[in-house]
Design a protein around this ligand. Sequence first.
Ligand code: ADP
Length: 449
Amino acid sequence: MRPAAELPAEQAELYAVTFYACLVGLIAYLSYIPLFLAIGAPQIAGLNVAVVVLFAVAESFVIRGRIFLGMAIAATWVAGHAWFTALTLGAGAAFQLHVILALELGLLFAYVPLRIRLVYAAIFVSAYVGLVFALSHTTPTVELTRDVTQLLQLLNSAIFAGVTVLIATFYAWSVQKNREAREGLLDRLQDNNETLRVAHAELARARDEAQTASKAKSMFLANMSHELRTPLNAIIGYGEMIQEDADASSNQDLSDQVARICGAGRHLLALINEILDLAKIEAGKMECEATEFELAGVAREVVDTVRPLSESRGNRLAVDIDEAVGRMCTDSTKVRQILLNLMSNAAKFTENGEVSLVVAADERAGRAGVRLEVGDTGIGIPDDKLVHIFDEFSQGDSSTTRRYGGTGLGLAITARFVGMLGGTIDVESEEGQGSRFEVWLPLRLPQAR
Ligand code: ADP
């Protein structure tokens, strides 16, 4: 028997029913053979042998999964046999023989869904009852004595009882199998639950450890950056003094060398400032201070700051600031930093192109806000880098880093600042075509409402 588990649930039930139906037919027709021989109806006995063989063929089809073909063969032969029996023994006897089969099959229907049960019931009832009664006017060729009729009834009852026991056994067996399967599943479920619980506890522990480590790292960075900034400021300060002296005594060589020291020092200081900012954000120590200010003024200041860098790279600056945006009540330092980071990136990564800024009022989901759009026609960002663009230390490929410098921290800080101010940041970019960053900020800092 093909394992029913391989079949879809509905087909598995149909398979089981068809398999047992064919088995019942086989047993029943086999049992009638001696009876028909005894009552002198060898032609029916012969036909029974053929039906038994055909039931075996039908069963072999069912076993190979050709359920409907098996069923069709069995049903056709049962119908033919019913007809022949009616012609030979009379409709009453044929009905007696076949109604038992119909009853047995009816019992089997208990296993299948109602829809299939109804279809089967319709087929069997109309085939057996209809056929036998349609032939009720024909004259039987074999007369049945009272003894033979009683024997026929006895045999039928025995088959009925036997098959009922068979079905009950099958039912009990399948219930037991189901219970075992369910218990097995429950055990596995419990095992899985336990594994999940352990994994969950381990994950929670790992998360706590990671959080503690991250906090410790942020604290360390914050302290270290502070320790580094003080001596670095001293180096830059003293360097500037030496440079002034060198300039005063017209010592050009010394002045150039000290200028390089100061330049490197300032670059280092900018980097340390960014690390300090990020460490502060991660340690939860970065706070927002809301003040009222004119956004247009801040935007113009940033444009003026970026203009020299932009022009030195041959870029045209297109600025469109809607004066109607009016006043914001949020952390102005962070808004300035956001704009400055985006604008200086746009200028840095564009050569002989255009850098643009649009500042406009933009209400979203009923919240008054502003949209800051920074665009450029520069080198653009490849798709695989674009997804990590707001991660710390994420830069373009190494050649970009070598060519343009930078730390890969600017956008990470920008995105975090935008989040702290309750806004959103999006980026669109195409390699070789340019980039467009869009920031939306609420007019008022959320907690300052
Ligand atoms: P960096 O200090 O390296 O500029 P950012 O976080 O500001 O750090 O930027 C990360 C990376 O994103 C840059 O190295 C660059 O590859 C890419 N990028 C950012 N802005 C632009 C832009 N406007 N055009 C092209 N690439 C950009």
